[in-house]
Write a protein that binds this ligand. Structure first.
Ligand code: ATP
Ligand code: ZN
Length: 287
């Protein structure tokens, strides 16, 4: 391969910046993050990183200024650019929700008829209103949407929520979720062959990091007469590793468990006689 490089756009600063940089690091890609720099080159991977406002990333990827980008689904579906969504990245999780004043008795989307909705997501709100046959007035504002009802600008808002504390502090309550969102990898639809090959390498690493995050490595000691029962509880990638301990009649069992089944299985292992259970994080997982 020649000097081909893949151009990646990430958020310059804000909620997605640190997690985007962390993901690259976990993929073994070294990128320096100079203050006020527009772009940076990875020292050990054919990647060039552009630092941009998140709202601009879909356009840059459509125009092939960047080949790929890390950006929230909320921005992707609001901007409706001609790009492909390739991979969910597992960070930047939030939801786009409608909220109204705490005192209001919200009975369904019909409540919004003839009301004013303040939002930074006019396209997604319009889609929601259409799908529910509701006619409301959309007021597009670029920030601090949650104060709109308090100052008499709107009766409802539609904004990103994660914990809900901002809504609560502004006397609002969440009544409808119109989109669940997380950061995704988007790509240009006419990626060159060399860029696609680099992207495949990057995706391979991202998938290994994601799999590892959802998985734990478990080590435990088991009396030999209980081995069969304990092994039957462990899914493992193939089958668990069993090693004899120095103490006679005991073995050490090693396996991998997914985060979701973790607590359930640990309890059963203890009940079956497992001792000294160690649970350790996995850094990368290639299967
Ligand atoms: P920029 O200056 O790049 O335009 P911004 O102010 O639009 O930044 P941030 O508030 O940094 O954006 O949010 C970036 C993205 O982080 C959002 O588009 C969304 O995908 C995600 N996100 C995750 N949780 C939240 C949350 N609680 N509130 C807002 N955004 C969130
Ligand atoms: Zn933005």
């Amino acid at each position: 391969m020649g000097q081909a490089k893949l151009k990646l756009a990430i958020q310059k600063s804000g909620r997605l910046h640190d997690d985007s940089m962390r993901l690259l690091k976990e993929c073994g890609i070294d990128v320096t993050n100079g203050v006020n720099k527009l772009k940076s080159e990875a020292s050990n991977f054919p990647l060039e990183v552009f630092f941009l406002r998140d709202d601009d990333i879909p356009q840059y990827v459509e125009d092939a200024v960047a080949d790929i980008g890390f950006v929230g689904e909320n921005v992707v579906y609001e901007k409706k650019k001609k790009i492909d969504v390739t991979e969910k990245l597992g960070f930047g999780k939030c939801r786009l929700s409608i909220a109204v004043s705490k005192g209001e008795n919200y009975t369904g989307p019909g409540f919004l008829n003839n009301k004013r909705i303040a939002t930074s997501y006019p396209v997604l709100v319009e889609d929601f209103l259409k799908a529910n046959n509701v006619k409301a007035e959309i007021h597009e504002i670029s920030g601090s949407v949650e104060i709109a009802p308090g100052i008499g600008l709107a009766e409802a808002i539609c904004d990103l929520v994660s914990s809900g504390s901002t809504l609560f502090m502004n006397g609002l309550h969440e009544v409808e979720t119109i989109l669940q969102s997380q950061a995704v990898l988007i790509k240009n639809q006419q990626l060159g062959e060399e860029q696609q090959a680099i992207l495949n390498k990057l995706l391979f690493r991202i998938q290994a990091v994601k799999k590892a995050k959802n998985t734990k490595y478990v080590l435990l000691n088991a009396p030999n007469e209980k081995l069969e029962e304990i092994i039957s509880l462990l899914p493992g990638m193939k089958s668990p590793t069993v090693l004899p301990l120095a103490e006679k009649g005991w073995s050490s069992v090693h396996s991998v468990l997914s985060e979701s089944e973790f607590w359930d299985i640990i309890e059963k292992l203890k009940a079956a006689g497992a001792q000294g259970i160690l649970v350790v994080p996995i850094e990368k997982m290639i299967i």
